[in-house]
Design a protein around this ligand. Sequence first.
Ligand SMILES: [Zn+2]
Length: 512
Amino acid sequence: MTYTLTTPLYYVNDRAHLGSAYTTLACDAIARYHRLMGDAVVFITGCDEHGQKIQRTAEAAGLSPQAHCDLVSASYQELWQNWQISNDRFIRTTDPRHRRIVEQFFARVEANGDIREGRQQGWYCVACEEFKDDPAEAQEPSCAIHHKPLEWRDEVNLFFRLSNYQEQIEQLIRRPGFIAPESRRREVENFVAQGLRDFSISRVNLPWGIPVPGHGGHTFYVWFDALLGYLTALLNNDDHVDLDAVSERGWPAQLHVIGKDILRFHAVYWPAMLLSAGLPLPERVFGHGFLTREGQKMGKSLGNVLDPQLLLERCGSDAVRWYLLRDIPFGDDGDFQQQRFVDLVNSDLANTIGNLLNRTIAMARRWFDGAVPDPGEAAGPSHPLAVAAGDACSTYHVAWQRLDFRAAAEAALGLAVAANGYLNEQAPWSRMKQEGQREQVSSDLYAVLEAARLVAQLLAPLVPLMSDRMLAQLPAAPAPWPDQLRWGALTVGAPLPEPTPVMARLELEGQL
Ligand SMILES: [Zn+2]
């Protein structure tokens, strides 16, 4: 099947922050899992490049909006490459094909009677690109997210008749699994229960946007345009630009992963727009939480922003991926704690998993002619480590269905813990000194190596580089992933290479 998933299209008013990196690497892990399971994955990310805020940021920097967008979106693409992000598509909403998709989409919505003119009065946050329904009664209302003064707007805009979709959206958000996690579903349910109001989809006097066909002076509201980027992204380079073609290229998406602040756009506005245009709806919208740092909100004014590029250079992608995916329950808010980060990476990856592999390969090489030893009784499915591996795999797959990265990581780690326990119990280093124990040692070392190989396979979507380094030391015939997850794929008699560390211990001096 085709599994299409997306990050949000990041707004290029600024460079990527840790929150965008978190969303993107969560999607990357999901994409890798599905590819390994044999699905045809289309993993979409990209940049949202229109709107007033971008125009102002560019002006402040003395650049044209396009030059500004070119710079910032290039920095995103470079960052994602450095993070081993395996996106299949990178869409920029300034792509000329996107303009044509937006025009076609608007034509359908307008033909369906869902566009009207209306006067929009209210307090507007340029940073959110959003009218605020109920700003505090203060004299100068400010945005609760940005803590910046709101601007009073009074203009005639085009509106999308969201109110036409009240019942359909109510039904949709009751559909099990459409909005996850459950706490977020309830937030949206409350919002919808207040009655859906038409929302404006155009701006006047804003040149940095896509012109609305047939409505001179109007450009599309950045959100209307940006959401459609998910459709444009599906087109192949040589495709005829046609809205109907997107269904053949992987629409509807199985999953939109977003931060909880933009849930309303994805779970309410977007489905209504798609219904109006006669296009199928995404299967699931997952709103994850925000990251704080040492218990504090990150912000420029606080001077505590953790730059993802710096984090990558100092610690490597696997260490950060492991910490964020293994420690933060996906969906909840998370707190980046440097000491805990260092401790978990060192204890889980360097010690529990890395040392297991290292010492077992060293023993096998020393005592069994540098090759994978004969499994003997460990070949069978009833060996304790074979049973533990089977259990770990079952837990692991269930965890991925629920996007519970933490449980998936713990399943892999748990198997490594079991293998370490088994090794210490059997103590091959003592047995080798006793008569008639060679067969037992051979079987034990095979079982531990095979468990380590399965750990490496389970780590592949989470920490891909470390997984590769482990698998390079554990000979097995190439096979599709589901076969690689069966007990006994390690090739008996194949040469074992000199063990090399798969994860260096993190030693961080001072605060990152
Ligand atoms: Zn705001």
